[in-house]
Design a protein. Structure first.
Length: 303
């Protein structure tokens, strides 16, 4: 397994903790997102300055990185609201439609087009997720504001993934994550203040959740995922992130006592199989091979 794929797996494990923390509802959604970004930014900025890894090569890349920060802030904000205003299941499922949007966007805007295996794997993975949450779930969908926010979260994340992939062709991971995370924190601070969400007055458990979100779910996770995005296809990264649904389900069972059924386990297996298909080098339903990848400084980006 290559370094980018190892980084992707560890990054997915880190972000899988996040939905469990959100379910605790120890803070309002926007200020919770703010502390996630602010704590990570407070640790990234000194490191970037001391190490000298803070340079953005052009003004164009600078503003695109700032845009990425704003997009990620919007993604986290609407997802937090969706999960607190509806159910974690609905919000997570609808948000995870993002690989579809990433695939469409990559087809039109990125130099590396989605392969046939990507589309097959995406369909299989989403079917696995539907199996995991239960087909009866769709009979109880609430087409309300939370539903719209969950869809928007997936769209914002897809745009973030496409723009960040473009930026990471030229920008190193540390300056990109530092600037985008700082931008997200500033944006979320303004939003929190505008919606009168308090910045202080939380319990010890609430502050602990903020720290875990900032250090594990943001700092560690997105340095690793940023590295993976730089060296892999954006489409593969987006589909692989669906794997967090399986890990979140297991964590919810272990720590907050949520039920895990045989159907959920079966759905998780299907989901992971779909992710595997997107990494499979031979074309499904044919003998033609997808172009193989040479691990070089230039082509490593497309693993």
């Amino acid at each position: 397994m290559t370094k980018p794929r190892i980084a992707l797996v560890i990054g997915i494990i880190c972000i899988s903790i996040f939905p469990i923390l959100v379910k605790l509802k120890l803070a309002p959604p926007i200020v919770s997102a703010f502390y996630r970004m602010a704590i990570a930014a407070a640790m990234l900025i000194p490191f970037a300055l001391i190490s000298g890894k803070y340079r953005i090569p052009s003004l164009k890349m600078f503003w695109l990185t700032v845009i990425c920060g704003g997009l990620f802030a919007l993604d986290v904000t609407v997802w937090n609201i969706a999960i607190q205003e509806s159910t974690a299941t609905q919000a997570t499922l609808l948000t995870n439609l993002s690989p579809v949007w990433v695939g469409i966007g990559a087809f039109f805007f990125l130099r590396n087009k989605p392969t046939f295996n990507f589309w097959i794997g995406t369909v299989v993975a989403i079917f696995g997720m539907i199996t995991l949450v239960g087909f009866h779930f769709f009979l109880n969908l609430d087409f309300n504001l939370a539903f719209i926010f969950a869809i928007l979260s997936g769209v914002f994340y897809a745009i973030y993934m496409l723009v960040s992939k473009y930026v990471l062709y030229e920008v190193e991971v540390v300056p990109f994550i530092t600037l985008s995370t700082t931008t997200s924190a500033i944006f979320l601070a303004i939003l929190s203040y505008s919606f009168n969400e308090p910045f202080i007055g939380y319990s010890n458990a609430g502050w602990l959740v903020f720290l875990v979100q900032g250090i594990v779910c943001q700092l560690m996770a997105w340095l690793l995922l940023g590295y993976a995005t730089k060296h892999m296809k954006a489409t593969r990264v987006s589909v692989s992130l669906l794997g967090q649904a399986v890990l979140t389900t297991l964590l919810a069972w272990m720590f907050i006592g949520e039920e895990v059924t045989l159907q959920m386990l079966f759905g998780g297996v299907i989901l992971l199989f779909g992710i595997w298909i997107t990494f499979y080098e031979k074309q499904i339903f044919g003998s033609k091979k997808v172009e193989t990848v040479n691990i070089s400084k230039e082509s490593e980006r497309n693993i």
